[in-house]
Ligand binder design. Structure first.
Ligand code: PMP
Length: 426
């Protein structure tokens, strides 16, 4: 790393655990130390040592329009000048809620929170309150934020670190969490036969995005819909990554399967801390103050954050970039596949719309266990070689690469040239 990044990292480690505020940022799974970013513009980020990189992390998904989109920044600045937080209703909350209801097919009402974690935690509380049941079904390798009882075989940082759960969570807290395998509908059916009237909900990332990228197989999401309906349990889609990403209406629109509750985050906040959960009116009205399920937030519906989300959604709706995004991502995947093949390095590239992942394994990768077969050591070498050549992929094998509106075809060609050089080096 550059001199200034190293110096900042040393200082950071004195005052922040591991020098960071979220574990994956410490680069632990690729070795070495992180760079410190100075600014971002479009698809590029610039570090404090003057290096620039094409960014495929995009703040872990929110920046579908790229960094510092002029229209978003201008609107946010205008709103911020009028005050940054009130804790009283403001018009922007209504406008963003209306935009979400219009965009996401199964959502009639929505409650804003401040992160994806809050969204999933609150959605599950609601599902439990609504059904009067306790058990929650989750999938191995799916990550739903750092909710105590969901940190059981979760993906993302937890997966990279190989921690089956985490210290600090009493066993009793996880006793109502039931684990099943993604893309294995029979395992879900078996669980429901055993615990039929105790299961409040199934929570799933409709496209797995925290164990690399793993698409749902035909019939899987439909199967979840059918089983949950048959047993009177709720189906929760965690669309924190897929919402406004795999199509404007999210995975539910792309795959035509409607959940009871949808969790949103990332793109919804346009780079600000926003999450949300929403669903049918009859379910959402169980939330306080209309209903008995308590959930609150000092900064929820914050005007500046709402403004960033609102402008982001407005642009997505106006420009409808989804076809173009998918074309660019599949061009990258297709050409990368050829490069790896020519070097005799076995990889599997999974992609859904503008999210993709290069797994360093022969494949296919259709389950969490398949993802775990990846050669993470080789991924680490690839990561550093790409960084050296000016391209920033996620500092972990088990994350998605995101193409944004700001990535041009020539940026992707630059990436492919960097890849060609990188593959010679690893
Ligand atoms: N759900 C999914 C699918 C996620 O990918 C994430 C974060 N990567 C979360 C929930 C948690 O969101 P946050 O980090 O904003 O709490």
């Amino acid at each position: 790393m550059g001199v200034r990044s190293e110096e900042l990292y040393r200082r950071a480690c004195r005052v922040l655990p591991g020098g960071v505020n979220s574990p994956v940022r410490a680069f632990g799974s690729v070795g070495g130390t992180p760079f410190f970013v100075e600014r971002g513009e479009g698809c590029r980020i610039y570090d404090v040592d003057g290096n620039s990189y094409i960014d495929y992390v995009c703040s872990w998904g929110p920046l579908i329009l790229g960094h510092a989109h002029p229209e978003v920044i201008s609107f946010v600045s205008e709103v911020a000048k009028k005050g940054t937080s009130f804790g009283i209703p403001c018009e922007l909350e209504v406008l963003l809620a209306e935009a979400v209801v219009e965009a996401v097919p199964s959502v009639e009402m929505v409650r804003f929170v401040n992160s994806g974690t809050e969204a999933t935690m609150s959605a599950i509380r609601l599902a439990r309150g609504y059904t009067g049941r306790d058990k929650v079904v989750k999938f191995e390798g799916c990550y739903h934020g750092h909710v105590d009882y969901l940190l059981v075989k979760a993906g993302s940082g937890v997966l990279t670190f190989g921690i089956p759960g985490t210290p600090g969570v009493p066993e009793e807290f996880a006793q109502h969490t039931l684990l099943v395998k993604f893309n294995d509908i029979a395992s879900v059916e078996a669980l429901f036969e055993k615990y039929s009237d105790q299961i409040a909900c199934v929570i799933v990332e409709p496209v797995m995005g925290n164990a690399g990228v793993i698409p749902p197989e035909k019939g899987f999401l439909e199967g979840l819909r059918e089983i949950t309906s048959n047993y009177g349990a709720l189906l929760i889609f965690d669309e924190v990554i897929t919402g406004f990403r795999v199509s404007y209406g999210g995975a539910q629109e792309r795959f035509c399967v409607m959940p009871d509750i949808t969790c949103l985050g990332k793109i919804l906040g346009g780079g600000f801390p926003v999450g949300a959960y929403g669903g049918r009116k009859e379910v959402m009205e169980k939330v306080a103050p209309t209903g008995p399920v308590y959930q609150a937030g000092t900064l929820s519906g914050n005007p500046v954050a709402m403004a960033a989300g609102l402008k982001t959604l407005e642009i997505l709706k106006r420009d409808n970039p989804y076809g173009e995004l998918e074309e660019k991502a599949s061009y990258l995947a297709r050409e990368a596949k050829k490069l790896f093949a020519s070097k005799g390095i076995p990889v599997t590239i999974n992609s859904v719309a503008s999210m993709s992942c290069i797994f360093f394994t022969e494949g296919p990768v259709r389950t969490y266990d398949d993802a775990l077969k990846s050669d993470t050591g080789l991924y680490a070498k690839f990561f550093w070689a790409m960084l050296k050549n000016g391209v920033y992929f996620a500092p972990s094998q088990f994350e998605a690469a995101f193409v944004s509106v700001a990535h041009s075809t020539s940026d992707i060609d630059f990436t492919l040239e960097a890849m060609e050089k990188a593959l010679k080096e690893i």
